[in-house]
Design a protein around this ligand. Structure first.
Ligand code: B12
Ligand code: SF4
Ligand code: SF4
Length: 350
């Protein structure tokens, strides 16, 4: 069976994954309690789906009792330049580098299925019938603790997985299988006394190291949160209109970040002018972001975010672009436009 593991790892790397590790489905006994605390504290905000199916999310062995091995895979999307440089350009939109190219859900899932098919066929040649299920992001699976248990990296103080030879610019995907393959040792914490990610966070979203309050995280606020964002927080978002890279970008382990192997992650969206984005209607938004993960938030939430960035820009010439949207049919867009106009009027007086 260990030959099968050697072949599996070779195959996954040949497909473009940057690292592979294996663990048992019951390898994360501490996760269920931590998830329960997270949800009990309301830290998931409006992500009601996190509170559903907690029994499965906290315990991969319960999700699929026949599974004997969890194969965790890392897919690098490392940016070419400095993803924080755009934060100094208030007239431009900062879009997280994970969302610059094609939607990772599609790219990772295709690759996972190819590796999974190879595994089923290779096992069949040894006379073993194997079943697999593949997951990326959206299933009730806690991918980060599983990634740590499989040795890919450790959950850093910003809660994301960091690898000594990977850095932290990578997505995670999982293949559960009924095959009992040899497991890898878990990775241990290498954060030491560093706290760069905690200190850089613009909204102070970490109540403690290794814990995130999603309700304060700009990634949550721009992508998941429906309706108006709390005024204190929108003022801290700067020009970040989709996701946030700050806590990952400052991590010293990214010196070792591996290059992205899939050209699909190359920057396509760039840093467009806020003025232009504020003018997008529904059809224009969908055409522009087809195939991108940005598409899933819809025009209204996107333009709401653009208006917060306009309000934070301090650029009086952007006021007219917000003023056009004060009577928008979407209440959160109209609210954001009124707020942005008021902020820029104040900025002019000041
Ligand atoms: C919900 C979610 C979010 C939410 C909440 C994030 C969060 N930290 O929970 C929001 C929308 C904010 C978000 C943001 C981002 N996300 Co997200 N997200 C998820 C999702 C769907 C579930 C995560 C989860 O279960 N959270 C619940 C909490 C309880 O889990 P946890 O973070 O693992 O919490 C642990 C710690 O609190 C820890 N803990 C608690 N106390 C202590 C004490 C000690 C001492 C220790 C060691 C640990 C510890 O134990 C908990 C359980 O392990 C996963 C995909 C998946 N299915 O797993 C992607 C995922 C985590 N996201 C991902 C990414 C890329 C991002 C962003 C970087 C995107 C961006 N640039 O905007 C940001 C990063 C923000 C951040 N600092 O976390 C990747 C991360 C890949 C990686 N290398 O780790 C994932 C895995 C998606 C994927 N398939 O690739 N995300
Ligand atoms: S993604 Fe941004 S807002 Fe969220 S925790 Fe990291 S630095 Fe803070
Ligand atoms: S920035 Fe420092 S504390 Fe944060 S994850 Fe990286 S090494 Fe750990």
């Amino acid at each position: 069976m260990s030959d099968l593991k050697v072949g599996l790892v070779e195959r996954a790397l040949a497909e473009g994954f940057s690292a592979v590790g294996l663990c048992a489905p019951d390898a994360i006994p501490e996760a269920a309690g931590r998830l329960a605390d997270f949800v009990a504290g309301g830290r998931h905000g409006q992500m009601g789906w996190m509170a559903e199916r907690m029994g499965w999310r906290g315990d991969p062995a319960a999700l699929w009792p026949e599974a004997r091995t969890v194969i965790m895979l890392a897919e690098a999307y490392t940016p070419e330049g400095d993803p924080l440089a755009v934060l100094a350009e208030p007239g431009l939109a900062a879009v997280s580098c994970y969302a610059q190219g094609r939607d990772y859900h599609d790219l990772v899932k295709k690759r996972l299925k190819r590796v999974g098919r190879w595994l089923i066929e290779a096992a069949a040649k040894e006379g073993v019938a194997a079943e697999i299920k593949v997951f990326v992001d959206t299933a009730p699976v806690m991918e980060k603790p599983l990634g740590q248990a499989a040795g890919l990296g450790w959950q850093g103080k910003h809660t994301n997985l960091v690898g000594r030879e990977l850095g932290s610019w990578f997505f995670l995907g999982a293949i559960f299988t009924t095959l009992d393959l040899p497991k890898d040792p878990p990775e241990v914490d290498h954060c030491g006394s560093c706290r760069a990610c905690l200190d850089v966070c613009p909204t102070r979203a970490f109540p403690a190291p290794y814990q995130l309050d999603a309700r304060r995280c700009i990634s949550y606020l721009t992508i998941e949160h429906k309706g108006p964002v709390d005024e204190e927080l929108r003022g801290l978002m700067g020009n970040r209109i989709y996701g946030c890279d700050d806590c990952l970008a400052v991590c010293p382990w990214n010196k070792f970040a591996v290059q992205a192997s899939d050209a699909g992650y190359a920057a396509r969206v760039g840093a467009p002018d806020l003025a232009e984005l504020a003018g997008l209607d529904d059809a224009g938004f969908r055409a522009r972001f087809s195939g991108s993960p940005i598409k899933r938030i819809g025009r209204d939430r996107f333009v709401r975010n653009v208006l917060y960035a306009i309000g934070n820009s301090g650029l009086p010439q952007l006021r007219q672009h917000a003023a056009r949207l004060v009577a928008d049919p979407d209440p959160a867009v109209a609210d954001a436009a009124i707020w942005a106009v008021a902020r820029l009027t104040e900025a002019r007086k000041g």
